[in-house]
Design a protein. Structure first.
Length: 347
């Protein structure tokens, strides 16, 4: 299975500019022959409209009818062009008058396969959107599950989809260890978990610009902690099938806030996380990972120091960084602090 995440910096309300930028990044990848035999392209949350709308009045001109608006039509065109599945986030105006922060997934032929509505809303979402009423998405998406899997993964298995805040405790009021999204993944026995995101960073714009090629280590550590039940051998058998986790985040700044980038594709198996590839916090690029070509080679130069900082160069596809569940859970006080600090920086 060949997966791509389009990480870029859209601007609020500049939908045509954002589409042009997305198309240019895709064209660059096509020119480099990186999209051949692509199975799935994922974009961030509210990818083409931008995210940080301050009110319902501000986002109202950009609301789109369910799976039939500008973002969906763009996804259909790209899907037919690349002959792959495409998932894109958009602001949905439902026929019953409700509004949702949604993603739509279309097939290589341009047919709508799924429309998922964000279940857990961030503060910014609450100014205009309703919570999705069907919890987290779990189901088949065209040929992604049954056909495009290597023998390592179960066939005809459901794919789990979420949007950013979904991995956090509900309204930041649920217990930290409720792990609603991660436990839903376990219950559905999903071998693939995909999230479209607009996740913030507490780094300043200057810090992001100084080292755009480096991943945001705090954000990555936080994400991994939110998948604790998938890593914990007490809740998931050692010989359980692997789970691929795809995080398609945006980067850049918007309305005074900065986004974490750090889009990644990883595998969780036997209490360990294997990061296939990862983008920097400021890179605008198409991340492409071919699961059929990734080896099980472990890098000798561990990129993460004991403090959890990203200290090495980003690895090439085909090399895997392995981190054990003990390492992730060993953050201890860091995770406690992260809940307090980063809770206000997630979207």
């Amino acid at each position: 299975m060949k997966i791509a995440c389009l990480q870029f910096s859209p601007e609020v309300g500049q939908i045509h500019t954002n589409m042009a930028k997305a198309n240019a990044l895709i064209d660059d990848a096509i020119g480099a022959h990186r999209t051949t035999d692509l199975d799935w392209l994922l974009l961030p949350e509210l990818a083409l409209t931008g995210y940080n709308f301050p009110s319902l009045e501000a986002i109202a001109p950009f609301l789109e009818p369910t799976a039939s608006g500008t973002s969906t039509k763009w996804a259909m065109d790209v899907a037919r062009r690349l002959r792959c599945h495409v998932t894109v986030g958009y602001p949905e105006a439902a026929s019953d008058g409700r509004r949702f922060n949604s993603t739509v997934t279309v097939s290589p032929s341009g047919d709508v396969l799924a429309n998922y509505r964000k279940t857990f809303l961030y503060y910014t979402d609450e100014t205009w959107a309703h919570e999705g009423d069907n919890r987290f998405f779990s189901g088949t998406l065209g040929t992604l599950g049954p056909v495009s899997m290597t023998d390592e993964f179960p066939r005809n298995s459901p794919i789990q989809q979420g949007i950013c805040m979904d991995i956090n405790p509900h309204k930041f009021l649920a217990p930290w260890d409720a792990y609603e999204f991660a436990r839903a993944c376990l219950a559905a026995q999903s071998p693939i978990v995909a999230l479209s995101m607009a996740w913030l960073t507490r780094q300043s714009a200057d810090e992001l610009a100084a080292a755009p090629q480096d991943a945001d280590a705090e954000t990555l550590a936080y994400w991994l902690e939110r998948f604790h039940p998938l890593l914990d051998l007490r809740t998931r058998p050692y010989d359980a099938p692997p789970i691929i986790v795809i995080m398609a985040n945006r980067c850049g700044t918007e309305g005074g806030v900065a986004y974490a980038g750090t889009s990644t594709v990883m595998k969780i198996e036997r209490g360990k996380t294997q990061i296939f590839d990862i983008l920097g916090k400021g890179e605008e690029k198409l991340l492409v990972v071919d699961l059929n070509e990734v080896t099980t080679e472990v890098r000798g130069d561990n990129q993460y120091a004991s403090a959890g900082k990203f200290v090495g160069e980003r690895k090439a596809i085909g090399c895997i960084l392995v981190m054990s569940v003990e390492f992730i859970l060993g953050f201890g006080e860091y995770i406690d602090a992260a809940l307090k600090i980063l809770a206000g920086f997630e979207m």
